[in-house]
Design a protein around this ligand. Structure first.
Ligand SMILES: [Mg+2]
Length: 212
């Protein structure tokens, strides 16, 4: 497998055991499928993942960013939130990376008010895997917001896995190596990041990177 040399160069001097930051929504968890179950039922629409050419839901749904934030607020409180399941092979991959000796932390853009539900979900699907859970509060209307790059630097993260171009660019700009979890909205990912389509590829690449 060909690895972009820039990514390899940026990480090859890192320790064999890395601190890996893992995004939740639409990286390790298939959140959009549950959101669409909720949204299509409520609005009588037939939207699919493929329709999301950007990860700003209002640009697909129409309306303002604030309306999309409100819609997501309703989703979080609905029964559909409980329908979020892991992405294919994310459970297996993260367990194996943990067993390989890497330190794994969740770095999510979610708001802190979702901490209890989030921890419950992590305990259900990824028990004992993560050392820390950090909330960036990306779209929160109140409370402290942090860039994911700031969280990563503060906590000595060596590599982040994410799907959102805003966070990807932020981390690339901060010289943090990024593995992009492939979704329709990130087909063109920034230089300095490496886009992968499946969690099996994530496992393969990290095993290569940590053995050089
Ligand atoms: Mg995400």
């Amino acid at each position: 497998m060909i690895i972009k040399s820039s990514l390899l160069k940026s990480i090859h001097l890192k320790p064999q055991y890395m601190h890996i930051a893992v995004d939740l929504d639409d990286s390790s968890l298939d959140t959009l499928t549950a959101v669409l179950l909720y949204y299509n039922q409520k609005h009588g629409t037939f939207l699919k993942r493929e329709n999301f050419f950007v990860y700003r839901f209002n640009e697909v749904w129409g309306g303002t960013l604030q309306e999309a934030i409100n819609e997501m607020g309703e989703f979080y409180l609905s029964e559909y939130f409980e329908k979020i399941t892991p992405m294919p092979d994310s459970e297996r991959t993260l367990r194996l990376l943990h067993e390989d000796g890497h330190k794994l932390s969740v770095v999510t853009g979610r708001e802190p008010f979702l901490s209890e539900k989030t921890e419950k979900c992590i305990e259900k699907y990824f028990p004992g895997i993560f050392s820390g859970i950090y909330f960036a509060n990306t779209y929160g209307l109140t409370g402290t917001k942090m860039k994911k790059s700031e969280i990563c630097i503060k906590n000595g993260v060596d590599l982040i896995i994410d799907d959102d171009l805003m966070h990807i660019s932020d981390c690339v700009d901060a010289q943090i190596p990024v593995l992009v979890y492939g979704n329709p909205w990130n087909e063109i990912s920034p230089k300095g990041s490496l886009r992968l389509k499946h969690w099996n590829e994530v496992l393969e690449i990290i095993r290569i990177l940590s053995s050089v």
